[in-house]
Every structure is written in structure tokens, then in C-alpha cells.
Design a protein around this ligand. Structure first.
Ligand code: URA
Length: 438
């Protein structure tokens, strides 16, 4: 193996690192053969110097090669993956997976838990009593083929380099680097042999990328990495300047997803799910966008997507009655308290990250990796930017374990809002797409 100091020095001085040297460095670090201080020096050099597309692709390849890849032999349906870079009230996957299944596609989703102020699909699903996300490899593949969708926890041997590098980045202030994030995200996508990846790159106050510029750079680089690998990918940049849906929690998100799957709830979360499903149908079935959208909406409105969700929940040991009467099954918080607007005017801005953090502090997320979460806790926030608020009107609900916690969360929500006397235009939902169109 090349001396790690040569790899660090090359990055420090802005010289190209030969692919095999980068590969050796990353895999040796994942095996514990390179100390944290050398990996930290490399990460900081990469953070400051950046990486070009070829180097980011080489890093991604090395990270994938550090562990096992998933086998999906036996799945005959076209397999699509949809991944969000993380946001607030972002339950797209909960709705997208069964919707895609009902459209004849397959979603084999290996998911993570909540990260920082953002929610995680596994935590949300596990709020359904009995539902398991630790699935054996065989059972996972069988479910993908038979039901059309399965959502399971990532195993320890999938991209182990990402686990150790992410923890080191977290401890060395090197998380927010476009190439490092792109390699981290794409390595986990490419280690699963799907046919098409849909990436939702979030931009705004509730995202890790606060500006559309940064989110666009990330989406474009992820699309390039996918192309370099030979995987079909479309990467969107979408709005996260406010919560996407209304529910910021776990059981609350499941209940909202069930409403959307019932065809009963319009709004930005619904619209984004339909946008991604339309992309998938257009890609696999060669349909034009109009025709694809009509098909997606038809399947959603007919109840077929909801039936797929019930099958997925049941296959993973959960109570499928959650799709008929969510609150007969889901846990409820002891204190449910309304949030009343304290001003009159137009909602102009929302500190979405603060809403996510307030929900975490209610128990919906973790401060430490091993913290237990409270599946019933969270916040429902109703208005969207541009909506008219009247002082005293109910704009949301806090679900908490006691009055003090709920009161504190309600205060934080109000403090996170900017209200204007002048009308405000709603932000766009999708800022742009990267990667080859079907
Ligand atoms: N999500 C990831 O998977 N990796 C990152 O680096 C950031 C967000």
C-alpha cells in the first residue's frame, strides 16, 4: 500500500491521487489499519481542496469495495430506489415505496435512522406496532418480489467505510463537503443493484444544504457519479425551506402517509411523491410525463397503493389495520396541545431545522446514537409559506409526554416563523433535475 502520507500530501497540494492509492487508503482505514489522525488529515485536505468528479467517483468506488454488496437475484420487477438527502416532514419514501409497488415496480430500500434534526424512514415505520426492519437477506428479497417493496435496516457490512468515515467527519467538522457527501450517499445507493436511482436533493432551512447552489452542486455531482458507475440516475433539487408535509415525528408521519396513500390529502408532500413516481414510470415504461402522471394518480386514487402498504406492513410483522384506521393502531402521546398563531399576516419564512430540533427534543429523534425514541411524540405544522395567518388561529399541534415539554415546543415553533404584512409567494417545489432524462 502507498504510504498514507503520500495520499494526504497529494490532496493537500491539490495533485491528482491515483485511483489505486485512494482505494488502498480508504479500504485500509475501514479495516482499522490507518489511524484516525491520518484519515482526519485527509478529510480536512479533501474538505478544503475539494474533489473533481473522477476523484469523487474513485472515492465512491473504494467505499463500495470496502464491504459487501446486496444480492437481488430473483427479483423480476424493475427496481427503483428513491433517496432523500434529509429534511423535515419528509415522508416521501413511506408513500413512494408502496405506490411504486402498485405500479408494478420494485423498491428494495435499505434505510437509515433519523440523522440530526431530520427524520428516518426506519424510525417512522417502527412506530407501527410489531413492524420489524431487521430483515434476513432472503426474506428481504422475497418480499421485494412478492409485495413489490421492502424497507429494511442497512447491515453493518454494507459500505463499512462510510460508517467510520461519517463518524470521523462528524468529529472533525468535515461533514458539509459536497464531494464527501456525494460519495457517502452514492456509495450506499450503488452497493444495492437497483436499475434506477431517484435522488431528492433538499435545499433550504430544513436541509443539510441551506442554499439551492450547494444542493445543485451535490445533485449534479451525484448524477455524475451515477453516470460514471453506469447506473441510471435522476437527481432533483427540491424545496426544504419549510416542512414538506405536515407531520414531524414518527407515528404522526405514518398517519399522514396513510392519508396520502388513500388519495385523500393534497399538498406538497403528495405532489413530490407523484413527481418522483412519474419519473420512475416515465423511465421504465417509456411513457411521456403526462401519461405517466395520469397513471400514478390513478393508482394512488384507486387505493392500490394503500393496499401495497398494508401488504408491506404485514410482511414485516406490523399491524396492517394501520391502513384502515391509523389511530386505532398507532401510539398516542399523553399530551396533545394546539399551537395558536401569535401574529396576523402572511407566513414568510420557517426555520424548518428548528421545528425538526423541537420535535427531536420532544422525543421523536435522538441526541445520541443509542437513545430510544418516543414514536408518539412530534409536531404537526399546518401552514405553508404564503398562507394567511390570523392571530389565535390553530396552526399546528404538539404531541408530547407532558405539558411543560409540549408548551416549550409550541413556543419554539412560533419563534421559528417570520410573518409579513405583504403577501408572500410560495416557493417552488422542484428547482431542477440532473442526470439523463429517460
Ligand atoms: N447523508 C449521508 O448519507 N451522508 C452524508 O454525508 C450526509 C447525508
Amino acid at each position: 500500500m502507498t504510504d498514507p502520507r503520500d495520499v494526504i500530501a497529494a490532496k493537500r497540494d491539490g495533485r491528482a491521487i491515483p485511483e489505486e492509492d485512494l482505494d488502498g487508503f480508504v479500504r485500509a482505514y475501514a479495516r482499522g489499519e490507518i489511524p484516525d489522525y491520518q484519515a482526519s488529515a485527509f478529510l480536512m485536505a479533501a474538505y478544503i481542496r475539494g474533489m473533481d468528479t473522477a476523484e469523487a467517483l474513485a472515492l465512491t468506488r473504494a467505499m463500495v469495495a470496502s464491504g459487501e454488496t446486496v444480492e437481488l437475484r430473483g427479483v423480476t420487477r424493475p427496481i427503483v430506489d428513491k433517496h432523500s438527502t434529509g429534511g423535515v416532514a419528509d415522508s416521501v419514501t413511506l408513500v413512494f415505496a408502496p405506490l411504486a409497488a402498485a405500479l408494478g415496480l420494485a423498491v428494495a430500500k435499505l434505510s437509515g435512522r433519523g440523522l440530526g434534526h431530520t427524520g428516518g424512514t426506519l424510525d417512522k415505520l417502527e412506530s407501527i406496532p410489531g413492524l420489524r426492519t431487521e430483515l434476513e437477506a432472503d426474506a428481504f428479497v422475497r418480499q421485494v418480489e412478492e409485495v413489490g417493496c421492502a424497507v429494511a435496516a442497512q447491515t453493518a457490512d454494507l459500505v463499512p467505510a462510510d460508517k467510520v468515515l461519517y463518524a470521523l467527519r462528524d468529529a472533525t467538522a468535515t461533514v458539509s463537503s459536497v464531494p464527501l457527501i456525494a460519495a457517502s450517499v452514492m456509495s450506499k445507493k450503488l452497493a444495492v443493484p437497483t436499475h434506477h436511482v431517484l435522488l431528492d436533493g433538499k435545499a433550504g432551512s430544513g436541509a443539510f444544504m441551506k442554499t439551492t447552489r450547494e444542493a445543485t452542486d451535490l445533485a449534479a455531482l451525484c448524477a455524475e457519479i451515477g453516470r460514471g458507475w453506469g447506473r441510471a440516475i435522476r437527481a432533483a433539487v427540491t424545496d426544504m425551506s419549510q416542512p414538506l408535509g405536515e407531520a414531524i415525528g414518527n407515528a404522526l408521519d405514518v398517519a399522514e402517509a396513510v392519508e396520502i396513500l388513500s388519495g385523500a390529502r393534497p399538498g406538497r408532500l403528495h405532489d413530490l411523491v407523484v413527481t418522483f413516481a412519474t419519473e420512475a414510470v416515465a423511465h421504465f415504461m417509456g411513457a411521456g410525463r403526462e401519461e405517466a402522471r395520469t397513471r400514478v394518480e390513478g393508482v394512488l386514487d384507486s387505493g392500490q397503493a394503500l393496499a401495497s402498504f398494508a401488504r408491506m406492513v404485514e410482511a414485516q410483522g406490523g399491524d396492517p389495520r394501520v391502513t384502515e384506521d391509523p389511530w386505532a393502531v398507532l401510539p398516542r402521546a399523553p399530551v396533545i396541545r394546539p399551537i395558536l398563531a401569535d401574529r396576523t399576516g402572511y407566513l414568510a419564512a420557517v426555520e424548518a431545522e428548528e421545528l425538526g430540533r423541537a420535535s427531536v427534543d420532544l422525543g421523536a429523534g435522538r441526541h445520541r446514537k443509542d437513545d430510544a425514541i418516543d414514536p408518539a411524540a412530534g409536531i404537526v405544522f399546518l401552514p405553508k409559506i404564503g398562507d394567511r395567518l390570523e392571530a389565535g388561529m390553530e396552526i399546528g399541534v404538539v404531541h408530547g409526554r407532558d405539558e411543560d415539554a409540549a408548551g416549550a415546543a409550541a413556543g419554539r415553533v412560533l419563534a421559528a416563523l417570520a410573518v409579513s404584512e405583504e403577501p408572500v409567494e410560495a416557493p417552488r417545489l422542484v428547482y431542477g433535475w440532473h442526470g439523463a432524462a429517460p
